[in-house]
Design a protein around this ligand. Structure first.
Ligand SMILES: [Zn+2]
Ligand SMILES: [Zn+2]
Length: 741
């Protein structure tokens, strides 16, 4: 990867022209050299060291450069106070102590040096760069933040022509890039070869950076000195998501480079045509960039997909009724696959199969169809034949009614969409605030939504929104399960289980009354079942098929119900349970994973094809599961037991304090009041109050009772804000910066 621009090193001669892309083919599959180990990149990690970043002078004892590099503030202080050194000293390469502190992520040392008069925009080293640029190359957010707060100029370019924005893009760190995009710097600024940051991000295959730059107004149609547009550079890396983002942002597919090649020509040349095709397909275009025609409008497709299972289930049940069992079963299965084929291949016609199916109402349609035919079988047969079970019929009718009602409520309710900032200024203040607090990371900020991320929320890639107290995205109800529809969902699952059990019971009673009048002549000679069962089946195959089908649904609903009830009692969401093994406990402050949650976590994303929305938050387990087995496991809700180290995580969860835990009773109360027991509004819950939720709630209520003076009111206000519960004008309450610096 000789020409790779992603490895800017300090002592190396100025490198990284983006060479003629055709020479880079071989480097395409190599892992990006910019993928810094997040642990190493941790700004707080003192063990970070690279040979290049150490000072070469041997007498390190009283050397201000060594002290700055180590972040030894005491040593710096004694050196400066004793007059042995000054903050403005320069070493043999014209490098200042501030440079050394900045490149080693020594925020405290940087702060001290600046207070001692270090020059913030000092130029030094082989590349004649500023400390800000040294920090930017490694994506050290908090150093960058500190230097910019001290008026460092991000527009200065080094000897290679890179300004701070280019260098942060090279670092592949999203959060520093986000922060810098809110500073006064031109997003389309060019380096000495005319490359914009967008081209670099596309070349590096950093889909998130590409997305971020485009959202901040980067032009997808600029050309560098060789005539290459960002789309050409995305093709060089062959990252499908980068290509798609650029195309969706309006990149010109017919733009030609200096040698007359379009991006597609280049894809052919570089053998990345597969990624190109898939990217365009996902963007709803043909290979040549023409908008694909769909057989129906979006809305009609959805309606068709929703209704199709009702028709097909009827066909399947009728097939089983009419035909002998051996041909009937085969034909019914064929019908099922035909339905699946029509939905996935004809109506959806997408290449990324699992995602588009989850986005469609297909599974909800299957639930609806099952309800319809269970209802029909009940009304047409059971109700009339088993009148002695009047009470059971009444309960069954009630259960089905409740089930259907909660099913549609779970589908139609907003699951708890988290608010987005209303203006750019508000967004800027959020970014600034989080950076100042030292916790601008994927846990507190959602890059896709460009909004603050409440505790316990998650960005759902299917819905493309952050959902408060996110449980999981449920394709069966065609919606996310979040704080607002979780209760309806649980009621739906509960009534479904009870309803199926009652239906089975009534079916049994029906056949019990029937058994006397069975005609032995109807028993098929090929039947493999015991004789009387066979006769029953033959007497009403439709009912038997419906009962078998609905009983089949008991398997997953029972597992789901049990795990949901357990989670409610433990005050945990499915997401939290499945992530326990990997990320410690909960979204709150409690527990052993404090450092991970609040630490200076730098965001990495994989340069590979998978590094799209799903990999956006390095900490989120991927809900996309590829391959049939995983998909089924995911649908049935078993995946949390098979994925990762869930068991290990559960063991740890038993010990880790959960700041939301109120005990079984309190947890259930909190669940059914969607947060009132804790006194929180999950859509705007950004912090765990240091005194705990209950104490905060008690104090707030006390404040209300007292109706006290100004001091009290402001205390209450700050408390309310702390837990995101501003009363008046509460819509934006949680966004007020808590501490302005
Ligand atoms: Zn989001
Ligand atoms: Zn969702």
């Amino acid at each position: 990867m000789s020409a790779a621009p992603a490895t800017p090193l300090y002592s190396s001669p100025p490198l990284s022209k983006m060479d003629d892309p055709t020479t880079l083919v071989s480097s395409k599959s190599e892992p990006s050299a910019s993928a810094i180990n997040p642990e190493l990149a941790s700004a707080a990690n003192p063990t970070f060291s690279q040979g290049l970043q150490t000072v070469r002078e041997p007498d390190s004892e009283d050397n201000i450069f060594v002290a700055a590099q180590r972040g030894d503030v005491d040593a710096l202080r004694s050196l400066i106070e004793s007059g042995k050194a000054k903050a403005t000293d320069r070493d043999s390469q014209n490098i200042t102590p501030l440079h050394w502190a900045a490149i080693n992520a020594q925020v405290a040392a940087c702060r001290f040096l600046l207070s001692q008069g270090a020059e913030v925009d000092a130029l030094g080293g082989d590349l004649v760069a500023t400390p800000l640029q040294w920090a930017a190359r490694n994506g050290y957010l908090y150093v960058i933040h500190l230097l910019i707060a001290h008026n460092a100029d991000p527009n200065i370019a080094d000897a290679q022509g890179y300004n701070t924005l280019h260098l942060v893009t090279h670092s592949s760190n999203v959060m520093p890039l986000l922060y810098l995009l809110h500073q006064p710097i031109n997003v389309d600024s060019r380096d000495s070869q005319g490359h914009t940051s967008l081209m670099w991000a596309a070349y590096q295959g950093d889909a998130l950076s590409v997305d971020l730059l485009l959202r901040h107004g980067a032009n997808p149609n600029t050309k560098d000195d060789a005539g290459l547009a960002p789309l050409h550079w995305a093709v060089v890396r062959g990252n499908r998501i980068c290509i798609r983002k650029l195309v969706e942002a309006g990149a010109d597919l017919s733009a030609k480079d200096g040698e007359g090649r379009t991006a597609r020509d280049m894809a052919v040349e570089l053998k990345s045509l597969g990624a190109w095709k898939r990217a365009l397909e996902e963007g709803g275009l043909t290979e040549d960039g023409i908008k694909k025609k769909k057989p129906l409008s979006e809305r009609n497709i959805k309606i068709t997909i929703f209704m199709l299972p009702t028709v097909f289930l009827w066909l399947m049940f009728m097939t089983l009724t009419i035909l002998p069992w051996f041909t009937g079963v085969i034909l019914a299965m064929a019908l099922f696959f035909a339905m699946h084929h029509i939905v996935t291949r004809i109506l959806l016609d997408k290449s990324n199969y699992t995602d588009s199916v989850t986005q469609s109402p297909y599974f909800a349609g299957i639930i609806f169809a099952s309800m319809v035919w269970v209802g029909y079988a009940w009304g047409s047969r059971l109700l009339r034949q088993t009148q002695s079970h009047a009470f059971t019929h009444l309960i069954f009718a009630l259960t089905v009614g409740l089930c259907a009602y909660n099913f549609f409520r779970a589908i139609s309710l907003d699951p708890g969409i988290c608010p987005k900032p209303a203006s750019d200024a508000e967004l800027k203040s959020i970014v600034e605030e989080l950076a100042t607090e030292g916790r601008l990371n994927g846990q507190t900020f959602c890059i896709q939504c460009m909004a603050r991320k409440p505790l316990r929320s998650k960005h759902c890639r299917v819905c493309d929104r952050c959902i408060a107290r996110h449980d999981h995205h449920c394709p069966w109800v065609w919606n996310c399960i979040g704080v607002n529809n979780h209760r309806q969902f649980l009621l739906f699952v509960f009534t479904l289980v009870v309803g199926i059990a009652l239906f089975d019971y009534l079916t049994f009673a029906y056949f019990a009354t029937l058994s006397a009048s069975i005609d032995p002549a109807r028993i098929s000679p090929s039947c493999i079942l015991p004789e009387d069962l066979c006769a029953l089946t033959a007497s009403d195959t439709f009912l038997v098929s419906v009962a078998c089908w609905s009983t089949l649904q008991l398997s997953w609903t029972l597992v789901l119900l049990a795990s949901q009830l357990w989670q409610v009692a433990r005050q945990m969401t499915t997401l939290e349970v499945s992530n326990l093994g990997r990320y410690g406990f909960m979204g709150g402050r409690g527990g052993a994973s404090l450092g991970q949650q609040m630490g200076h976590q730098h965001h990495q994303h994989s340069p590979s094809d998978e590094g799209g929305a799903g990999g956006a938050h390095g900490h989120n387990h991927k809900h996309s599961c590829c391959g049939g087995g995983g998909f089924i496991m995911n649908l049935l809700g078993f995946d949390r037991f098979t994925k990762g180290k869930a068991a290990d995580g559960l063991a740890r969860a038993a010990k880790a304090p959960n700041p939301f835990d109120l005990g079984v009773l309190g947890n259930c109360k909190d669940f059914w009041t969607s947060g009132r027991e804790l006194g929180v509004e999950y859509e705007r819950l950004y912090d765990v109050p240091p005194e705990g939720f209950l104490e905060a709630k008690r104090r707030r209520e006390e404040g209300e009772d007292g109706g006290g003076g100004g001091g009290r009111k402001s205390l209450r206000k700050s408390l309310l804000m702390g837990i995101g519960l501003g009363r008046s004008g509460s819509s934006r309450g949680g966004y007020e910066p808590l501490s302005q610096v």
